[in-house]
Design a protein around this ligand. Structure first.
Ligand code: DAH
Length: 340
């Protein structure tokens, strides 16, 4: 009996030592100590042992069992430690590793300037009207006192889609839509893309304009000048002033070119203002009576002023960009620098 128990013990210890993994160790435990296990079988057979030998045999069985359980416990501890180590290994987190940088985008400079302009004019009570990029010849030219064969059409090299339809060359077309749809008082700005067959360092075939139109009783050129003074201070800085120069647009009479005092040199003369102290920023004027009459607005009662701003031009001046293409090439190195 002693030898049998010795054998069970040796076998069990060998099996325990060779167990790879917790599952296998459990199988071994069941095979020896389980209900149908080898050692359990010996215990069950105790009834066949002569009564006087029972205490001794019982002691051997207990010793064997204790020895096996001890080994099992040791092995279990070892395997669990190993499993834990492997889990730590696989879930290892290096908190000193540099994090993946979350790139934050910013609005395109044109969108930024467009929003700034909308904010400024919005604070003065202007509403936003967005026209369409495809226009008719009538709204883009004729209704703006620029009929067929008018020489002023030459100033805007036009993409015609058909004899009747074209890509609008100016947001001024929106003036007519608004005046047809609404009775004065009118106070709108109209931002949007315009198109001309023009391409050099300061011109692009597609660019952005913002039209302004005010029609009400008693509107004069003074109102235009006062509003512009306010506007340029907000966009270029509080020391900026304006200067109006006579100009020509078919849809305004009188027409003016608006200059601002150079916000870089303060008017002394520098590279930006080409030594003149002044920078041209937009066209404007008092709305031509012919345009108002074409929209059935009584010119005895009402008058108005209008202006057209080149958004790219404002962005280029504000941010010191010397080539308009930089605004269309989507080069992140350029765009990232401009975040107001
Ligand atoms: N539409 C003109 C252009 O594209 C700009 C302009 C000038 C608009 C005078 C106006 C204005 O409303 O009054 O060159």
């Amino acid at each position: 009996m002693k030898e049998k128990l010795q054998k069970i013990r040796e076998n069990a210890i060998a099996e325990i030592e060779n167990s790879e993994g917790l599952d296998r160790l459990n199988e071994v435990r069941t095979a020896i100590l389980g209900k149908k296990g080898e050692l359990t079988a010996v215990l069950k057979g105790m009834k066949d042992v002569a009564p006087e030998d029972r205490p001794k045999v019982g002691q051997w069985v207990n010793e064997t069992r204790e020895a096996i359980e001890k080994r099992l416990a040791e092995k279990l501890e070892k395997l669990e430690a190993e499993a834990l180590r492997m889990r730590y290994e696989s879930e290892k987190l290096d908190v000193t590793m540099p994090a993946v940088k979350n790139e934050r985008g910013n609005l395109h400079p044109i969108t930024q300037v467009r929003n700034q302009l909308i904010d400024i004019f919005g604070s003065m009570g202007f509403e936003v009207y967005e026209g369409t990029e495809i226009e008719t010849d009538y709204y883009n030219f004729t209704a703006l006192n620029t009929p067929q064969d008018h020489p002023a059409r030459d100033m805007q090299d036009t993409f015609y889609l058909s004899p009747e339809f074209l890509l609008r060359t100016q947001t001024s077309a929106g003036q007519i839509h608004v005046m047809e749809a609404k009775k004065p008082p009118i106070k709108i700005i109209s931002p949007g893309k315009v198109f001309r067959s023009d391409d050099d360092a300061t011109h692009s075939p597609m660019f952005t304009q913002m039209e302004g139109l005010v029609v009400d009783k008693g509107i004069t050129l003074c109102d235009l000048k006062g509003m512009l003074d306010e506007f340029v201070k907000k966009i270029f800085g509080k020391d900026t002033t304006t200067r109006l120069r006579p100009s020509y647009f078919p849809f305004t009479e009188p027409s003016v070119e608006v200059d601002v005092s150079c916000f870089q040199c303060g008017g002394k003369g520098c590279k930006l203002c080409k030594g003149t102290g002044w920078i041209e920023v937009l066209g404007a004027g008092v709305v031509n009576n012919k345009v108002l009459e074409g929209c059935n607005i009584d010119t005895e009662e009402y008058s108005g002023f209008a202006f057209g701003i080149g958004v790219e031009r404002i962005a280029m001046l504000k941010y010191g960009i010397n080539n308009i293409k930089l605004l269309f090439e989507s080069d992140l190195r350029v765009l990232k620098q401009i975040d107001d």
